[in-house]
Design a binder for this molecule. Structure first.
Ligand code: HEM
Length: 407
C-alpha cells in the first residue's frame, strides 16, 4: 500500500486539534516519511520516532537556519527584523545563547532563578484569591495566561501595561509560524517587524535608565564576552518575551485539563504534593505544549531509519509522536506521574534545548501545587475545550471549569 502523505496536513487541520494522537501514531508507523503541506507549503520529511528525533536534534547536519534550505531559499523576506538564536546555527547560536544565559540564570547558578520563587508564589496566591467566591471560571483567562505573562514581563523589564499590544503580535506570530499562504506570511513578517520596533525602543530606554531586569543587564553589558550587537539584542529580547509565556500558558492549560480528566490522580496530588514535579514532567510528555519542531533543514544528505533525506529540504521533528513512542515509553497513552526515566521531548533536545525550562518548571510546579490544594471539587464544563488555532503550540483557548469553592 502506498504511504499516506497527508497525515501532517490532517494534524494541521483544526478539526483534529482536540486529539491529534491517533494521527501521530499513524505517522510513527513510518519513522521517516515525506509529507505534503509542511510548513511554508513546501512539504517536509517528518521524523516521528523517539530515537530518530533525538539523533537528529543532536546532528550538526541539521540546521535551524531555514535560509539554508533550498525549499525556502530565495523567498523574499518582507521584514528586516534579524533572526534570534532559535533560528541560527553555531557559532552565532552558541555565542548569543551564552550571552543571554549569563543574565538569565546559568545552570551553575540556580539561585538566580530561585530568588524569583517567593514572587511567583505570591502571584499564584493573588490570582487564586481573586477567584474566591466564584463557582465557575475560565482557568486560562483568569490564571494560566496572566501568570507566565506577568512573570516574563517582570524578568525582562517589559511594562505589563503593554501586554494588550504585544499580545496582538504574539498571536499573529504563533498562528502564522507555519504560514501556508502569502497573506499569512505577510502577517507573520509584519508582527516580527512591529515586535522588533517595540523591543528596540525598550532596549534604548533600559540602556539609558537601567533597572533590575534582564533587558537592562543585557543592554549594559559591555564586557568582551557579553556585548551583543544591537540587532541581536532586540531579536533576543523579542524571542524571550514570546517563548517565555505562550508555551507555559499551554503547559498549565494542558496540565489542568489532564488532571480534570484523571480525578483520582488529582485527588492523590492533594495529599502527596511531592508528586507534583513528576506530574509536570508527565504533562510535558503526554500533552506537550510544543507538539513539533518544524524549523529545521538538512545541510547534507542524511540516512535515518533506512530512509535517505536529501540535502537542503525541510525536516519536521514530531515531538508529540516521539513522546508516545512505545519503543521508549511503556504504555505510552497512559498518563502516569509515577513513570520512571521520563526523558520526554517536551523541551526539545540538543543545542537548542529550551532555554527557559527551569523557569517553566518552577512556574508550573508552583501553579499545580496551589491549584490542587485550593480548588475543591474542580470539574470541567466543556470537554474537549476549545483549542487555540496553532497545531504547533497546542493548548486550550479556554478551560471553563466549576468548583465548589476556591479555598
Ligand atoms: C526552545 C519548549 C518555556 C525560551 C525551546 C524548544 C522547545 C521549547 C521544544 C526547542 C526549539 C527548537 O529546538 O527549535 C518550551 C516549553 C515551555 C517553554 C514546552 C513551557 C512549558 C520557555 C520559557 C522561556 C523559553 C519560559 C524563556 C524564559 C526558549 C528559547 C528557546 C527555547 C529562548 C531557544 C533555545 C535555543 O535556540 O537555543 N523551548 N519552552 N521557553 N525556549 Fe522554550
Amino acid at each position: 500500500m502506498s504511504q499516506d502523505t497527508t497525515i501532517l496536513r490532517q494534524i494541521y487541520d483544526y478539526a483534529n486539534r482536540a486529539n491529534p494522537y491517533p494521527l501521530w501514531a499513524k505517522l510513527r508507523e513510518t519513522p521517516v516519511c515525506w509529507q505534503e503541506d509542511g510548513p511554508d507549503e513546501a512539504g517536509a520529511y517528518v521524523v516521528s520516532t523517539y530515537r530518530e528525533i533525538v539523533a537528529l536534534l543532536h546532528d550538526p547536519r541539521i540546521s535551524s537556519d531555514l535560509r539554508k534550505s533550498v525549499q525556502t531559499r530565495g523567498r523574499p523576506r518582507t521584514s528586516t527584523a534579524p533572526f534570534s538564536f532559535i533560528s541560527l546555527d553555531p557559532p552565532e547560536h552558541d555565542r548569543l545563547r551564552y550571552q543571554a544565559m549569563r543574565h538569565f540564570g546559568p545552570p551553575e547558578r540556580p539561585e538566580y532563578l530561585e530568588q524569583l520563587r517567593p514572587e511567583i508564589v505570591h502571584l499564584v496566591t493573588t490570582l487564586l484569591d481573586q477567584l474566591q467566591g466564584q463557582r465557575q471560571f475560565d482557568l486560562i483567562d483568569s490564571f494560566a495566561y496572566p501568570l507566565p505573562v506577568t512573570v516574563i514581563c517582570r524578568i525582562l523589564g517589559v511594562p505589563l501595561e503593554d501586554e494588550p499590544q504585544f499580545r496582538v503580535w504574539a498571536t499573529a506570530l504563533i498562528e502564522n509560524i507555519s504560514a501556508q499562504t502569502e497573506e499569512q506570511r505577510r502577517q507573520r513578517e509584519q508582527a516580527r517587524s512591529d515586535l522588533s520596533q517595540y523591543m528596540a525602543g525598550l532596549v534604548e530606554r533600559h540602556r539609558e535608565h537601567p533597572g533590575d531586569d534582564l533587558l537592562s543587564r543585557m543592554a549594559t553589558d559591555t564586557s568582551t564576552e557579553g556585548r551583543m550587537a544591537e540587532s541581536y539584542l532586540v531579536a533576543t529580547a523579542g524571542l524571550l518575551l514570546i517563548a517565555g509565556h505562550v508555551t507555559t500558558v499551554n503547559l498549565i492549560g494542558n496540565g489542568m485539563l489532564t488532571l480534570l480528566r484523571h480525578p483520582a490522580i488529582l485527588e492523590r496530588l492533594r495529599n502527596e504534593p511531592n508528586l507534583i514535579p513528576a506530574t509536570v514532567e508527565e504533562v510535558l510528555r503526554y500533552e506537550p505544549p510544543v507538539q513539533l519542531i518544524s524549523q529545521r533543514a538538512t545541510l547534507d544528505e542524511i540516512s535515518v531509519a533506512g530512509t535517505t533525506i536529501p540535502k537542503g529540504v525541510l525536516v519536521t521533528l514530531a515531538l508529540a509522536a516521539g513522546n508516545r513512542d512505545p519503543a521508549q515509553f511503556a504504555d505510552p497513552d497512559r498518563f502516569d506521574p509515577e513513570r520512571r526515566d521520563n526523558e520526554h521531548l517536551g523541551f526539545g533536545s540538543g543545542i537548542h534545548i529550551c532555554f527557559g525550562a527551569p523557569l517553566a518548571r518552577m512556574e508550573a510546579q508552583i501553579a499545580f501545587t496551589e491549584l490542587v490544594r485550593r480548588l475543591s471539587q474542580p470539574s470541567l464544563v466543556v470537554d474537549p475545550p476549545p483549542y487555540r488555532p496553532s497545531p504547533l503550540l497546542r493548548g486550550p483557548e479556554h478551560l471553563l471549569m466549576t468548583v465548589e469553592e476556591v479555598r
